[in-house]
Design a protein around this ligand. Sequence first.
Ligand SMILES: Nc1ncnc2c1ncn2[C@@H]1O[C@H](COP(=O)(O)OP(=O)(O)O)[C@@H](O)[C@H]1O
Ligand SMILES: [Mg+2]
Length: 233
Amino acid sequence: MGRTVRRPTGPWTPAVHELLGYLHENGLRGIPEVQGIDDEGREILEYVEGRGVPVDREVVLDTVLVEAVTWLRDFHDLVEGFRPDGVRTWRAAGEVELSADEIICHHDPGAYNWIIQSGHFVAMIDWDMAGPGRPIDDLAFLAWTAIPLYREIPIEDVVRRLDLLVDAYGEWGPMTVLEAVVARMTTASDRIEAGQARGEEGFLNLAKVGEPQRTRDRVEAFRARIAEIDAAL
Ligand SMILES: Nc1ncnc2c1ncn2[C@@H]1O[C@H](COP(=O)(O)OP(=O)(O)O)[C@@H](O)[C@H]1O
Ligand SMILES: [Mg+2]
């Protein structure tokens, strides 16, 4: 609507707005500004000019991949300082306190949640899944959709882009990231299954595209390629 986006809210929305407010105040670029709640109870976000990424049909440029990973690192470095006192309600984690070895992750930083403007990464949207976690989980999820690893691309492209991702983030080696991908995407499948069992609409919609079995099959196919990727690194 105009220069805004209106999205449905849930019990997790106050915590997400607190998070986005903190990130905005502390100067993180590449996030939509929260402008409040409208009289229909929807959240009002700044509309970020640009386009999304149709991940099944597009492999983003190496430069865009590096920009997004650099953004993720900046986000993680900044969010380390976001340690709210007491319990917050997050969508996946529920009502929990942030423990000392966790940060608040985005948890869905797939390339389909990026906005690209004039050939550059300009924003990460869709913060509903944010909540406590480990930073490598975000990096693994990003790698899954944006290298991409969930479908087969030429091995030389996988290796080059994995190296770029590892260098841009600057924390873990390539094999550590690949192992984290298997763990993270197994967790993703389990969460979808649990959400469907609870009867949540968003997760039930995923059943129409064959989730969580689709991801489980893709993880198995990816696991079978890891040795080949390792040898080519
Ligand atoms: N702040 C925003 N600025 C521009 N476009 C947005 C914004 N938020 C959402 N969109 C558009 O709406 C689509 C769906 O929104 P998203 O927040 O990703 O929700 P979900 O994936 O849960 O449906 C996005 O892929 C994007 O095209
Ligand atoms: Mg989305």
